[in-house]
Design a protein around this ligand. Structure first.
Ligand SMILES: [Zn+2]
Length: 454
């Protein structure tokens, strides 16, 4: 490109600097992964505080003015460093908390002991999202002493718990996060070797469904056959949430447009680990099912365990249900539709209540304009191939809140994950070569934004 804002030599110089930084970035990433900063309430929250402090220290070392802020939830880290006079500001987002590790036995190496195998670094948070934190540190280090733009860094501490205090943080500290561009490093790329901008995210809600049929549990030999037990009633109720083809049966929910990328059943089966013989559920293109249509999953149940089971009709049972939503769906409207469906379908007159536990909006970006063009150019510089636009089936509540708060800012959703990352699962891992590309791309992006506005 002859009219590019950076020369090939300038781009190569940034890439070379990042290459020399990688060993230390890797060491700093491993140190963060060793802190088990699980934000779920049943885990030790002192570890989340410790990871916030570790992130703050990394930012202070790059000359940022840093504050750890807590507004009723987990600690977030906000840092800022000015750029040259009149330069634009870029806000860099990541989160330092992680999902619970699940059962240690499912991991091939201890979840909080970073371990390399076959070019991947394994560990809870190695990708989601401590590598996102380090991508921001990489960009700062690559321009140490000579930042082309002002940079604000915002590293949240409760993303994996639904960001309960984020609104308050934005109310009280949001002014400090204002920027021309916001880079959200909490998503991923289309495939190893193919970078992507994430342009849509699904929203989501989580509800607890409670079913009661008796005022106390009773003997199944004396009452079974005439009185319904709450667990069977709950199972029948949950079974109404999908139709025979596996599409969500709740009426009135929005369905978004299908993405136009190639993604076949074989790739989906390989990436998801679907067992031979198990069918896909739902209809329409696989990507539209994953990115643009609602989905429903039962994620937990309060029932008597198999080990403690006795010949009893259970009086009550509960399930937690997660529903993913089309990117433009209003989550509260979706909750009302789901609640009405569950009340209407209550089997045998069972008493059903539905409690909304959590809700978050999706995101559909206007991914055009100067700053998105520079982001795509940065990907091209780092990977040597054209990036694609992709959707993501998950949610990042921060994005819709931030988009509402700063409608003028270009929101650029990137990340370190690839289809084998297994974020939230056992054996989560980071592809180390891809991580280096992500770091390069972000450092180049800052240079491009500075040059484009110079
Ligand atoms: Zn994440």
């Amino acid at each position: 490109m002859t009219d590019d804002v950076l020369t090939a030599d300038q781009i190569q110089a940034v890439r070379d600097r990042v290459a020399t930084l990688m060993p230390q970035l890797r060491a700093d990433l491993e140190a963060l992964v060793r802190i088990p900063s699980v934000s779920a309430a049943s885990f030790d929250q002192a570890e989340v505080a410790r990871s916030a402090e570790a992130v703050a220290e990394l930012l202070r070392a790059e000359g940022l003015e840093v504050e750890v802020v807590t507004e009723g939830g987990r600690p977030a880290v906000i840092g800022h460093i000015d750029g040259p006079e009149g330069a634009p500001t870029v806000t860099l987002y990541a989160h330092h908390d992680v999902q619970p590790p699940g059962d240690d036995a499912d991991w091939d190496s201890a979840p909080f002991e970073p371990t390399e195998r076959d070019g991947r670094l394994y560990g809870r948070g190695a990708a989601d999202d401590k590598a996102g934190v380090l991508a921001h540190i990489a960009a700062l280090r690559a321009h140490r002493g000579n930042l082309p733009v002002g940079v604000t860094v915002f590293v949240e501490g409760e993303e994996e718990s639904g960001s309960p205090s984020l609104r308050t943080i934005l109310e009280r500290h949001g002014d400090r996060l204002a920027a021309d561009a916001i880079v959200i490093a909490d998503s991923g790329n289309w495939a190893v070797g193919t970078p992507a901008l994430t342009t849509t995210l699904r929203g989501g809600i989580r509800v607890v469904v409670r079913v009661e049929t008796l005022d106390h549990s009773v003997h199944s030999g004396m009452f079974g056959g005439a009185a319904p037990d709450a667990l069977t009633a709950l199972i029948k109720l949950l079974a109404t949430l999908h139709d025979d083809e596996g599409d969500v049966a709740v009426q009135g929910l929005e369905v978004g447009e299908a993405a136009d990328l190639d993604y076949d059943e074989a790739r989906f089966r390989a990436e998801s680990g679907l067992l031979d013989g198990v069918e896909l559920i739902g209809t329409g293109s696989i990507l539209s099912r994953l990115w643009n249509k609602p989905s429903i999953t039962t994620i937990g149940m309060d029932v008597t365990s198999v080990a403690k089971a006795s010949n009893t009709l259970a009086a009550r049972a509960a399930a937690k249900v997660s529903m993913r939503l089309a990117p433009t769906q209003d989550p509260l409207a979706a909750f009302e539709l789901l609640e009405q469906h569950l009340l209407d379908q209550a089997p045998w007159g069972a008493k059903v209540t539905v409690e909304l536990e959590e809700h978050g909006s999706g995101f559909a970006a206007d991914a055009n304009g100067l700053l998105h063009d520079q982001a795509r150019a940065s990907f091209r510089d780092a990977w040597g191939v054209e990036p694609v636009d992709m959707g993501v089936g998950g949610s990042i509540p921060f994005i819709s809140d931030f988009a509402a708060r700063f409608p003028e800012a270009a929101i650029i959703v990137t990340g370190v994950e690839d289809p084998d990352t297994r974020a939230h699962g056992a054996n989560e891992s980071l592809h180390l070569e891809e991580f280096a590309r992500v770091c390069e791309a972000e450092a180049i992006f800052l240079a491009r934004v500075g040059a484009a506005r110079a």
